[in-house]
Design a protein around this ligand. Structure first.
Ligand code: ADP
Length: 535
């Protein structure tokens, strides 16, 4: 910037043509004011730069001549340093205060108490600076929206925390950022980027820390020179030499989950109030996302615990049940002694119940083993027709008891396929078992045909059918159309879920068509060649 009026040797009472001519020749705007800040003179550049007509400004109060300065009502100030070193503050529109200084307003005081204000040419861009501030605000809004969107899409908490740190560091122009998880007494750094990485994983007591201040205030707080602040944690950053630190609390549903911090290295400019606001907005978004994530993780942990309980329980139930079946067999084989017809009949009923119980336990075990990812696919070559016959044979005794016919339609020509035959059989037996279970009269028909490079195994019944509404939830675990205490048909509600999972493992699917009162058709569709399997 060019030197101001005082340094040019001008005096406010020096109204000679020469002095004015000198001032008019300057590229910078210069205004000469009297001790009461009224305009005595302003040069041509001033008129041009600030767009203020000299004729209208002369004799008027200095600030009254600058509509451009007082952009919005409301007070903030600019600071201008006079040539004599004195600092003056002017009430000005808040957002442009920083820029005004940057764009070179200078104030000098002369011997008589008058003032010379000079502005550089760059001041003419004040308007565009204001536009820039607006643009920045729009940009900031967009970034925050984008962040909220990204947060709703991330898969797990580690990713979420990393995203937060990156966003905080970039939106608040930090050299690092960290998320702290806090309890009533302690804090732990659970995620960190940039210069904060050095303290990742660090645990410390909250006493006297910035985090504690932030939590108590429930508002953002900052320290301009963290390394020398005497805060208990300062030395922990070691070589990183942290300068300004800004921190905001993470509060969701009135509970403090932790804090979010951004930091700059030493000698950096302190964080502004605007940046503190920005960090608070990020922290608010973050807290809600973290809260949800925590709930989800708790639910998952609960699920896992339930899964383990189910697995152990069914395992424990299977052993005595096997013994029970063994004793029943001993009795009915009459190894121990002869039995009457009536006794044998009771034993047969006991056997049926034990078998039913065993099959339910097997179902739960199959479910837990699928959920834990313990199932693997072992493909072999086989004939689709053989598979259908085998499944029919398994459900035939139950069908006979209900006086339902199980009919097998043999394929027109042999269909050779490669898949995991045990899993395919498990699915078909389950579908056929359901068909028998939910049919009181008529027949269950099993058929198979090839359709391009797929094999379609259909299980058709003349049973109770399923309404369109109920079809949707059918393949969910524990789903049963009929619920409540008065259920007519027993079962775990896991069969179809397991079937769908197994079919999926074999590269296939299950299709279903049904009409209430008329019957259902469940079709297992498998590729003739099971695709390479990855757990
Ligand atoms: P469940 O062990 O209860 O049979 P499934 O997952 O095998 O569990 O079946 C879920 C529900 O779907 C059954 O409770 C029943 O309401 C319905 N369902 C399944 N198969 C049939 C069918 N063939 N006919 C009518 N309803 C069926």
């Amino acid at each position: 910037m060019r030197p101001g009026g005082a340094e040019l040797g001008l005096r406010p009472d020096d109204d000679t043509i020469d002095a004015r001519a000198v001032m008019d020749a300057l590229g910078d705007g210069v205004a000469v004011l009297d001790a009461g800040w009224r305009v005595r003179y302003m040069n041509a550049a001033w008129e041009r730069i600030l767009g203020v007509a000299r004729s209208s400004a002369l004799g008027r109060g200095f600030w009254d001549t600058y509509p451009g300065f007082l952009v919005e009502p409301g007070a903030a100030m600019i600071r201008a340093t006079a040539a004599d070193g004195a600092t003056r503050r002017f009430d000005l529109e808040h957002n442009v205060s920083g820029e005004l200084r940057a764009y070179g307003v200078r104030v000098a005081r002369d011997r008589t108490g008058g003032v010379v204000v000079s502005v550089s040419r760059a001041f003419a861009t004040l308007r565009s600076v204001r536009d820039k501030a607006l643009e920045e605000r729009i940009e900031e809004n967009e970034s925050l929206h984008a962040l909220a969107r990204q947060m709703s899409e991330v898969a797990d908490s580690a990713e979420l925390l990393a995203l937060l740190c990156d966003a905080a560091a970039s939106l608040c122009r930090g050299h690092g950022a960290a998320v702290l998880r806090t309890t009533d007494t302690d804090a732990e750094v659970i995620a960190a980027v940039g210069i904060a990485q050095k303290v990742d994983g660090l645990k410390f007591s909250l006493a006297g820390s910035l985090a504690q201040e932030v939590i108590v205030k429930r508002d953002a707080a900052s320290v301009d020179d963290f390394g020398h602040s005497g805060r208990p944690r300062a030395q922990l950053f070691g070589d990183a030499q942290i300068g300004p630190v800004l921190m905001a609390p993470l509060i969701a549903h009135d509970r403090v989950l932790g804090t979010l911090a951004v930091m700059r290295d030493v000698l950096s400019i302190p964080f502004s109030a605007r940046e503190a606001q920005r960090l608070s907005v990020i922290a608010d978004h973050a807290a809600v996302a973290l809260w949800k994530e925590q709930l989800f993780e708790q639910a998952q942990a609960g699920d896992a615990a339930k899964g383990r309980f189910l697995a152990t329980m069914s395992h424990e139930l299977r052993t005595p049940l096997t013994a029970l079946a063994g004793y029943q067999e001993l009795l009915s084989d009459q190894v121990i002694g002869p039995l009457s017809e009536a006794q044998l009949d009771v034993l047969a009923r006991m056997h049926a119940v034990t078998e039913h119980l065993a099959s339910m336990i097997e179902e739960v075990l199959a479910y837990t083993s699928l959920e834990e990812g313990r199932e693997i696919v072992r493909p072999t070559d086989f004939l689709a027709g053989d598979l259908v016959m085998a499944a029919a044979a398994v459900v035939d005794p139950a069908a006979r008891r209900k006086q339902i016919a199980v009919v097998c339609d043999a394929p027109a020509e042999p269909i050779r396929m490669t898949s995991d035959v045990d899993k395919a059989r498990q699915v078909l037996v389950n579908l056929a078992g359901n068909a028998v279970k939910f049919t009181d009269a008529g027949e269950v028909r099993l058929s198979v045909r090839r359709d391009m490079d797929e094999v379609r195994f259909a299980v058709q019944d003349t049973g109770i059918g399923i309404s369109a509404d109920d079809l949707e939830g059918l393949f969910q675990p524990f789903a049963q159309v009929e619920t409540g205490l008065t259920r007519r048909y027993g079962g775990t509600g896991l069969g179809l879920y397991i079937c769908r999972r197994l079919a999926g493992m074999l590269g296939g699917r299950i299709e279903v068509k049904s009409e209430p009162g008329a019957g259902s058709t469940f079709t297992l569709v498998l590729p003739t060649e099971a695709p390479a399997w990855e757990p």
